[in-house]
Design a protein around this ligand. Structure first.
Ligand code: ADP
Length: 140
């Protein structure tokens, strides 16, 4: 299996409810290592740039306003097949469809305010990690 890195974000609905530790425990229990992590408050402009791939979707404005509403925790997770593994641990986008035991099933409030983001492919992971972190900040 390939060791990969993926970009994770603990979203404002979760930081507001003090769930960072509980969510990190889910990653670590699944064998993902947190090799970089910081708490930041995104500006609207930063949120819009990060989610520009969704610019044409009807929920784009709502998503960007939400992501800039309160602090987030951005992190890099490392492990075997980390990209797919993380998405498994996150669960489906809509918490109503998420498998039991996943982060979104346990913590998400709605399809929009769904507690976590995770990169969806190797190229996206590379781009998203470099949006938030320099190489020096990744400590494996
Ligand atoms: P995922 O985060 O599971 O990869 P998407 O890439 O489809 O899902 O969407 C990105 C984010 O946009 C979601 O995590 C969620 O916060 C938001 N979103 C997606 N679909 C909707 C929707 N129908 N209504 C509101 N927000 C949505």
């Amino acid at each position: 299996m390939a060791t990969e890195r993926t970009l994770s974000i603990i979203k404002p609905d979760a930081t507001r409810r003090n769930l960072t530790g509980k969510i990190n425990a889910k990653f670590e229990d699944a064998g993902l290592r947190i090799v970089a992590q910081k708490r930041i408050h995104l500006t609207e402009a930063q949120a819009r740039t990060f989610y520009k791939v969704h610019a044409d979707r009807p929920f784009y404005e709502e998503l960007c306003t939400f992501m800039a509403s309160e602090p987030v925790v951005v992190q890099v997770l490392e492990g075997d097949n980390a990209i797919a593994k993380n998405r498994e641990v996150m669960g489906a986008t809509n918490p109503a469809d998420a498998d039991a035991g996943t982060i979104r099933a346990e913590f998400a409030e709605s399809v929009g305010e769904n507690s976590v983001h995770g990169s969806d492919a190797p190229e996206t992971a590379r781009d998203e990690i470099s949006y938030f972190f320099s190489g020096l900040e990744l400590v494996g």
